[in-house]
Design a protein around this ligand. Sequence first.
Ligand SMILES: Nc1ncnc2c1ncn2[C@@H]1O[C@H](COP(=O)(O)OP(=O)(O)O)[C@@H](O)[C@H]1O
Ligand SMILES: [Mg+2]
Length: 243
Amino acid sequence: MPALASGTSGGTAAPNGVEVMALIRTRGIEKSYRTGAGETFVLRRIDLDIEAGEFVTVMGPSGAGKSTLLSILGMLDADWTGEYWLMNEPVHALKPRARIELNKAYIGFVFQQYHLLDDLTVYENLEIPLSYRNVPRKERQAIVADALDRFQIVGKKDLYPSQLSGGQQQLVAVARAVIAEPRVILADEPTGSLHSSQGRMIMDLLKQLNEEGTTIIQVTHNEEYAAYGNRIIQLRDGWIVDE
Ligand SMILES: Nc1ncnc2c1ncn2[C@@H]1O[C@H](COP(=O)(O)OP(=O)(O)O)[C@@H](O)[C@H]1O
Ligand SMILES: [Mg+2]
């Protein structure tokens, strides 16, 4: 993994002298909500550099801003200030449409609350990320069949999310996030509803994807699962307090 150059730029000098940015770079990201009394900040001055191939764990108490940070990094939330570059693209300067395109092209996201599409079956939910990437129909069928098998949910393929347990929905949500082999996986408490054996299965899968080059940022409260990553970021009340 390339080491970060010291100094304020946070970049690494390439042999030709052109600065190569981290895969993810944020500077001064802030987010707040207007409340009756005034303004409540949920993220404060977030400066992050995450290199391609890292496996980062975000930890912190409930309400610290972990899900908010992941949503911003996944370009699912556009209501913030500061600067964010993803693969040298200035996300802060992009229009909503372009942000969505970047999300579809590069990000696999596991939502804390799963967010499966209620009127689509498990099979159809898994097909969506592949259709975003224009994978042909025959190939889609093979890839979905493989994922159903790997996640041991073959028997659930024609069911709707409301017919699944929380744990099963979470498995489908993880399968959906990884199925199109995204460059970056953002996983918000991806094992929170799973039995420990299923949780370890998911963590082993993330580890394997990371070894194959996928950059991963996960949120977890589990120390054992945090240790799968190479780096821990602690959030408290919207501030990064420790790396
Ligand atoms: N729509 C909203 N209006 C006001 N505050 C909100 C809203 N959504 C989230 N928050 C607040 O933002 C803070 C961070 O939330 P979140 O990112 O979900 O934390 P975490 O994932 O670390 O538990 C919390 O204090 C939460 O109450
Ligand atoms: Mg959360």
